[in-house]
Design a protein around this ligand. Structure first.
Ligand code: 5BU
Length: 256
């Protein structure tokens, strides 16, 4: 398999290039989901795990004390620790509406998030709408091809369509949220949520697989870990452990 370093040279997408380089430099293919509802918790966790991650994933709309100043604080942290910011917004409307949701409103997602994501359910207009806003700012988009939750309607046919839609828009789409590698294009990055140390589930339909299963066997690129790290008694130590496990799987893949 190709190294992230080689893949950086096989894509013209600025965010994918930057991500591959950060991954190689930091030896990290770990994205942490910090689902905090207070901004101090978000910032303090990001500060603790910053050195271990290539991407910080947020749900900005769950914060109870959001102020626009947070955008700059997140950007500052991302520069200091060299990680990218991913707002997991899961856009799902017509092109015109998502372009407004992405650029305007309280959160101004396009202003600070290097990447965001969208469902393909509405058809390619959603990509066009987000691209109008994000491409001039040098942003990237991930398409939701598969979800981790039990009973998800993202079956093989749906995932295939998502990949086709993504590959037809590679000037803005840089990858997929999926449970396995779906696209053979070296520039497409696969992010996989639903990761913990052991297989299992939570009380609300989340399903977990392991780092080894996602990266070694299913050949995805970046693991997304939330509560496995943020709920640990020492989140920095947990992040270190997930980072090295995921990186070890990647290096095994890259050698094969
Ligand atoms: P967890 O604590 O590791 O279960 O958190 C997983 C995060 O990834 C959480 O922020 C979800 O919103 C997100 N997620 C997911 O779990 N499954 C999916 O298919 C997608 C996103 Br898309």
């Amino acid at each position: 398999m190709l190294s992230y370093f080689k893949r950086a040279n096989l894509t013209l997408h600025p965010v994918a290039q930057k991500l591959f380089k950060v991954m190689e430099q930091k030896q990290s293919n770990l994205c942490v989901a910090i689902d905090a509802t207070k901004k101090d918790d978000l910032l303090s966790l990001a500060e603790q795990i910053g050195p271990e991650i290539c991407v910080l994933k947020t749900h900005i709309d769950i914060l109870e004390d959001y102020t626009p100043k947070l955008n700059d604080e997140l950007k500052r942290l991302s520069h200091r620790h060299q990680f990218l910011l991913f707002e997991d917004r899961k856009f799902a409307d017509i092109g015109n509406t998502v372009s407004l949701q992405y650029e305007k409103g309280i959160y101004r997602i396009a202003e600070w998030a290097d990447l965001t994501n969208a469902h393909v359910l509405p058809g390619p207009g959603i990509i066009e709408g987000l691209k109008q806003v994000g491409k001039p700012l040098g942003r990237g988009l991930l398409l939701l091809a598969e979800m981790s939750s039990a009973g998800a309607m993202t079956d093989a046919q749906y995932a295939k369509k998502a990949v086709e839609m993504g590959e037809a828009h590679m000037d803005f789409v840089m990858g997929f949220i999926s449970q396995k590698k779906l696209s053979e294009h070296p520039g497409m990055v696969h992010f996989t949520p639903g990761i913990q140390l052991h297989e299992g589930k939570d009380a609300l339909g989340q399903r977990y697989t392991t780092v080894e299963d996602a990266i070694c066997r299913r050949k995805t690129d970046v693991i997304i870990v939330g509560r496995g790290i943020t709920g640990a008694s020492d989140p920095a130590a947990a992040a270190k452990m997930y980072r090295s496990a995921a990186w070890e799987c990647y290096t095994k893949n890259a050698l094969s």
